[in-house]
Design a protein around this ligand. Structure first.
Ligand code: NAP
Ligand code: NAG
Ligand code: NAG
Length: 313
């Protein structure tokens, strides 16, 4: 026989049980949101030096940190493009109570000049709270077809440049017992692709450098975040160097269909406020690739061999 009372009792038991789980869950979510908001508030007035701020992800990062109330220092080689970004920042976020961005052209591959650039920036801002090593160039071409000069140029810009700039900024961070260094690496810092030897090598080097650095500077209250990103829709493939040192000049399909730079910049911003040690921003297939390289290398070797034979960038 149908027992209405029993049904009512079990339903209300179910109701209280689910409430017992949902209420703490909601409380947890709200606390986390408040905590995150507080962390974002901590960005107010922070000085953020961004390399490669004249284009792509660096430009998006400038918007992300500027709108959180940071003073952004925009660095790259092309002054005119940096001025454009500065103007756009001022126009896009006119109500943000923030300090105007600073334009400071520099060439990462000219590593011996980097300490004096940092001194000049510090003379203006008084501090660098967050350094974002984002500037870089990519590469297209087989190992055999790539001139050693191209290997050097890519390594110099992506790896030695970022390492030297970090060394130049660190003493001021150590003195203040706080700071944050971010490295924009790539999925290719975890798993190399054919036709990209120089680029993959430079990002692997960056990855290792950051792990050493993170361990060393923890005692000085300095955080290190490494961002391994998948394809982002930027000028990277157009600016990539060919084996002979010319410009690749093409928007590759994978780059074209990559993440919006603004999306990646938001993820990087969150990783910084949460002081994440590393993040992976990627779709499933590259993640599987990284997993295979680490745990099933023979499968990775096979897939890469096939990819190299098919060539396709
Ligand atoms: N796009 C992707 O699919 C992807 C994926 C993973 C990681 N990343 C990484 O994201 C970072 C930004 O690249 P992007 O994708 O935004 O490409 P992008 O649009 O080509 O931007 C590269 C930036 O680096 C700067 N740069 C290049 N050489 C430099 C040098 N010698 N000195 C100073 N600045 C230099 C460029 O500015 P100037 O030309 O004005 O110097 C430009 O602002 C790179 O480190 C890249 O490896 C990109
Ligand atoms: C020192 O660190 C604090 C805490 O992060 C920061 O707010 C301040 O701006 C820094 N000052 C200098 C001079 O580096
Ligand atoms: C560590 O740095 C944070 C900001 O990044 C600052 O708020 C905190 O006071 C610093 N802690 C110490 C022990 O200096």
């Amino acid at each position: 026989m149908f027992d209405g009372k029993k049904l009512y009792q079990s339903l209300s038991l179910l109701g209280s049980l689910s409430l017992a789980f949902t209420i703490p869950w909601i409380v947890f979510k709200v606390c986390r949101a408040i905590h995150l908001k507080r962390n974002y508030n901590a960005l107010l007035g922070k000085v953020v030096l961004i390399t490669g701020a004249s284009s792509g992800l660096g430009e998006a990062l400038a918007h992300e940190f500027y709108k959180q109330g940071c003073q952004v220092v925009l660095c790259a080689r092309r002054r005119q493009e940096l001025e454009r970004v500065r103007t756009e920042l001022l126009q896009t976020h006119p109500t943000v109570p923030t300090i105007p961005p600073i334009v400071h052209p520099l060439d990462l591959s000219d590593i011996n000049t980097l300490p004096s650039h940092v001194d000049k920036i510090l003379a203006v801002t008084g501090k660098i709270d967050i350094l974002i090593n984002n500037g870089g160039i990519s590469h297209r071409g087989s190992v055999l077809a790539t001139q050693p000069d191209v290997d050097i140029k890519i390594m110099l810009t992506n790896y030695f440049g970022s390492a030297a700039l970090t060394k130049a900024v660190l003493p001021s961070m150590i003195k203040n017992k706080s700071g944050h260094v971010v490295f924009i690496s790539s999925i290719q810092g975890l798993m190399a692709l054919p036709e990209r030897s120089a680029y993959s090598a430079s990002k692997h080097a960056m990855q290792a450098f950051s792990d050493s650095l993170r361990a060393e500077v923890a005692i000085h209250n300095i955080s290190v975040t490494v961002v391994s990103a998948g394809y982002i829709k930027t000028e990277l493939s157009r600016n990539a160097l060919t084996g002979s040192g010319g410009k690749h000049g093409e928007m590759d399909a994978a780059t074209e269909s990559g993440y919006a730079p603004g999306y990646v910049a938001t993820e990087v911003g969150r990783a910084v406020v949460q002081k994440k040690k590393e993040i992976l921003i990627s779709t499933l297939v590259p993640r599987i690739g990284v997993f295979l390289r680490k745990y099933l290398p023979s499968v990775y070797f096979y897939v890469m061999e096939k990819r190299a034979q098919k060539h396709s960038f």
